[in-house]
Design a protein around this ligand. Sequence first.
Ligand code: CA
Length: 131
Amino acid sequence: MNTTKNAKKCCGKKVMKKAKTLHIDSKANVLDVDGDGIITDEELDQAEAVLKFEHEKVRFENEDKKQDAQRNMAWFALGGMLLYPFAVVVAVLVGLDKAADVLGDMAPTYFVSVAAIVAAFYAKEALNKKE
Ligand SMILES: [Ca+2]
């Protein structure tokens, strides 16, 4: 705890300015890295740099997870597109003619939608490489 008092003039009077002290259980006590009881501007800057680093680290981890999720989604969509005709064949072989008809009717919409997902993924990848 710093007990230094600074004299300042205010309104024509000499005012004694007392340094701030922290409560013994204060969370800010960890900022006093060298343990001298004084939290300097350098120690505050150091704490801010550590916080920024941790924030960046979390941001990179989240970005990595997001990219993994998008990649998995693109692979899943691509897999579904490749397996779709087999689903129709299996439905015919099993004797589900109505299901085969429904799958056939859904095919144009399904293929366009999945192609859009896959195209968006690869377009994003290409844009990221340019940056
Ligand atoms: Ca200190």
